[in-house]
Design a protein around this ligand. Sequence first.
Ligand code: PMP
Length: 394
Amino acid sequence: MFRHIEAFAGDPILTLNEQFVADPRPAKINLSIGVYLNDEQRIPLMGAVAAAEKQLAQSFHPHPYLPMAGSPAYREQSRKLVFGGANAERIATIQTLGGSGALKVGADFLKAWFPQARVWVSDPTWDNHKGIFGGAGFEVKTYPYYSPATHGVAFDAMLDQLRGLPAGDVVVLHACCHNPTGADLNPQQWRELALVVQERSLLPFFDIAYQGFGGGIEEDAFAIRHFAEQNIPLLVASSYSKNFAIYGERCGALHVTCKDAGETAKVLGQLQSAVRKNYSSPPGYGARVIGAVLQDAQLRAQWEQELTAMRVRMKHIRSALHAELQARLPGGDFEYLRIQQGMFSFTGLPVEQIRKLRDEHGVYLIDSGRMCLAALSNAGVAPVAQAMVQVMTE
Ligand code: PMP
């Protein structure tokens, strides 16, 4: 029956991770996977999350199905985190299975109601954007985004491409901490982009998987809030995987901004319909934990403090690696490490050098040259710099 089935090529990042685990060298360093590790090289259990879990464990609660749209308290808190307090009656929000689930439900919703649209993603982007939107039946195309020459955003080329798109095409935008490049638009560029999106009647779909990892919770939501203030209809996929370090509980949200309360009710209904057809209703545990943290002033303050410490640690590691590289190779240009934001940077190292880093030094980066700085410890900075300089100068 299943003889014709082809083998799954595997996900390149997860396959590399398996290779890392099997590598017997004790000094190996894994900078390939998109996970934040603390200086002890572990996924942190945030104190606010642990405290909320303890509270929940002490109160008896059964495990009913959640509604299709998820927990009402979680939805409200999620909306506020992304949009601030504004326009509650004009935003349809549902709880989703992580950011991936939000993208998938959003993609199914769009395919049902905008079947002719094409979906545009940045070049490069998080690979699964192509998988999810392609899987929902869309033709997925790319717009220019990254400039290797400046290590920044190729903003003019990006705008030129978007200016030429037909009305109703969907543009996927990373709200902050672009994955995989770490290169973000600045506020002025977001304002210019909003004008083009409005002029061309494009439909932006923001992906915010790293809120709080760039400039801060409010700063990282700037683009979304600005577009919403301009009354641009938009979708947002938000994720708590990273900023609550709650990866496996699959917590995220999908938001759609609408014209008025009537439109919001209809959109919410169609989002529920898309959920029903995919997995019926979302899981309860993670939403309870996050809802408990965000609703309690003390836990929320603790979470914000812990999130700030994570952001500061990533910036510190960026500066430390920059200093170490610059000291070892004074002619090199490593400023990009300090300018780029979030967990990742694009090193720009060619694939042969990436392979040498892996094979000869046990330093694992994915072939694109993306480095996960959020997985680098203080102790790892010098050996990584040493290995990078060696492969760059051989
Ligand atoms: N979007 C981007 C840009 C991401 O980097 C990720 C996670 N790597 C996701 C979405 C998916 O998030 P989640 O793990 O919450 O599904």
